[in-house]
Ligand binder design. Structure first.
Ligand code: SF4
Length: 183
């Protein structure tokens, strides 16, 4: 299509001249194919610090494709600090640790173990330690506790996680509950 300068100026008022001069098709196609298109929005909590800001993760094909602040969350109301803005780089980073290092009692070498193995091993050891040391009574007084296990909280767990951790520990009879910030 040929377009004179006069034609362009005549149509510029309505945008028709600009549209005729510039092919918008590629930009329109790109705009329709946002990476969040068709993604499922999953609400979650930022784990970086104890503020506990709400995030919304867009998940497509089992992969997080975008992260934004949750506008409905009462703490951050949609805002995220720079750490959380970079969150998505951490999820699939090649240097992210995905295995546990384990050194058996008396061994000099560390072995790589799957995280599932580590979780099962920790659970088993907590259970056996608790069962071996649980006291129902002391000096004639009911205590129902173990003094062989301590729980150390974290600045990056949210209120709900703190609640669950405390419930779990109290249920096991653990009386030593502490927080990293007080040490
Ligand atoms: S977004 Fe920033 S301030 Fe909020 S919890 Fe994450 S690290 Fe903390």
């Amino acid at each position: 299509m040929s377009l004179t300068r006069r034609d362009f100026l005549k149509g510029a008022g309505t945008g028709a001249g600009l549209a005729a001069a510039v092919d918008l098709a590629p930009a329109e196609v790109a705009a329709q194919e946002l990476k969040t298109k068709g993604a499922k929005e999953v609400p979650s909590i930022c784990y970086y610090c104890a503020v506990g800001c709400g995030i919304v993760a867009s998940v497509a094909d089992g992969k997080v494709v975008a992260i934004q602040g949750d506008p409905a969350h009462p703490i951050n109301r949609g805002a995220l600090c720079s750490k959380a803005q970079a969150y998505i780089q951490v999820l699939d980073h090649p240097q992210r640790l995905t295995k546990a290092l384990y050194r058996a009692p008396g061994a000099g070498e560390w072995q790589e173990k799957p995280l599932d193995w580590a979780m099962a091993e920790i659970a088993q050891r907590i259970r056996s330690t608790r069962d071996a040391t649980f006291k129902e009574a002391e000096d004639g007084v009911t205590v129902n506790r173990t003094e062989a296990i301590a729980a150390l909280g974290s600045a990056i767990i949210a209120n709900e996680e703190c609640y669950l951790l405390t419930k779990l520990m109290r249920g096991l009879g653990v009386v030593w509950l502490e927080h990293q910030a007080r040490i």
